[in-house]
Design a protein. Structure first.
Length: 397
């Protein structure tokens, strides 16, 4: 009887390698731009051919609302928990691509470590910068932090910028090949058809602000302006920094029913506020790519905002809204007064805003850009697998 022939181990077929994508990104609560982005991606068409998992980076406890980034012990504990969950997913899920949404500042310490850890497991890494002033944050950091940050950028396979400003900075550090500009998105279908705002009678014009109630969002200027435009009613909704909201109390008391300050609301309530509004305003001092601007556009609202971060990429001055300098209450008043007193202009800007949201910023249009980034990295994984097959075949001959 002939001896049984020794079986050659079978190498993996690269054509059958599953696409596995792991996100390090926050989920609600709290609500906000990045958690909303995360939910949108998880519910998108990416699921049709890609297995998705997530390490939730939301804080485990609320430390309140602050106008600046602070290193807190609870966040250190969260970072250790998140990095531990990343290790577990790298061992269990074996993702080919790890996408890290980073608000940078202090979080860059955690997210930089995540890049290096994922690289050790041969996962491709995507670092997605969720703000508009990343270049400035790097330049004002201590020398050692700047060196470590630049080393991490060079280690990362793809760097995603929300703003053209950040894109140019990243290209200057690592070159153009690994840098992509990808805007935020909005699921326009969630907002339905805009209401018929031209037939609302003689009631006050509704001006809506959605965001953190902190000085850096321009809230003080907005409250001051509200006192000088009696034809409008202002609604401000969002989480408040306690000391700042207390300082607003005298002004709000003097304005009476002309200004309504609301705590954070469920998403369905926010959608209703967009429907009831006539104008959206965001006089922020610094920004990344605010989802609330895209939501206002999807609602068919004209936008008054500042040209910071990626806002000018969404709102073209005089076409979808009006842009005014940050911290300029006089310019803010003039822009709001112009829209409050001119219904024809309001409706025209709002109509163009809705069209631009549908054509440029709708969920699946932006998902296609993300998919292109992932496809590059998955293809690289497939090439590596194919090379492994070829090498294995060569050794077995």
């Amino acid at each position: 009887m002939a001896p049984e022939r020794e079986k050659t181990p079978t190498a993996p077929d690269p054509s059958r390698v599953r696409r596995r994508l792991l996100f390090l990104s926050p989920l609600p609560p709290p609500t906000g731009g990045i958690p909303t982005w995360t939910l949108g991606v998880l519910g998108s068409s990416l699921r049709s051919d890609t297995e998705l998992q997530i390490v939730n980076t939301s804080p485990s406890q609320s430390d309140g609302v602050y106008g600046s980034s602070r290193l807190r012990w609870s966040r250190v504990q969260d970072a250790l928990r998140i990095l531990g969950s990343l290790l577990w997913q790298l061992l269990r899920f074996r993702p080919q691509v790890v996408h890290i949404n980073t608000p940078y500042q202090w979080a860059m310490l955690r997210d930089g470590l995540a890049v290096w850890i994922a690289s050790l497991f041969r996962a491709h890494t995507v670092l997605h910068f969720r703000g508009g002033d990343f270049p400035e944050s790097v330049e004002r950091a201590p020398r050692l932090v700047r060196w470590a940050t630049r080393a991490t950028l060079r280690r990362t396979d793809r760097l995603l910028a929300l703003t053209r400003h950040t894109e140019l900075f990243l290209r200057g550090v690592v070159g153009p090949d690994s840098v992509r500009y990808v805007p935020n998105f909005v699921k326009v279908a969630d907002f339905g058809a805009p209401p018929e705002r031209a037939s609302r009678g003689n009631r006050a014009v509704e001006v809506l602000f959605v965001g953190w109630i902190i000085p850096a969002k321009g809230v003080q200027e907005l409250v001051d302006v509200a006192s000088r435009i009696p034809q409008a009613h202002f609604t401000l909704v969002g989480p408040a920094e306690h000391s700042f909201s207390e300082s607003l109390r005298p002004s709000l008391a003097a304005l009476g029913e002309r200004v309504t300050l609301l705590d954070p609301r469920p998403r369905e309530d926010i959608l209703e506020l967009y429907q009831r509004a006539d104008i959206f305003v965001l006089p922020t001092w610094r920004e990344g790519f605010p989802n609330v601007v895209l939501e206002a556009m999807a609602s068919g609202l004209p936008v008054v905002a500042t040209p910071v971060g990626a806002i000018p990429d969404a709102i073209r001055a005089g076409q979808e809204g009006l842009l005014i300098p940050p911290r300029d209450a006089q310019a803010l008043e003039a822009a709001l007064r112009q829209l409050v007193e001119n219904a024809t202009l309001r409706l025209a800007l709002g109509k163009r805003a809705r069209t631009r949201a549908e054509e440029v910023f709708d969920l699946e249009a932006v998902i296609a850009q993300l998919r292109a980034v992932y496809d590059e990295l998955f293809e690289s994984t497939s090439r590596s697998a194919a090379k492994a097959v070829s090498d294995h075949a060569g050794r077995s001959q």
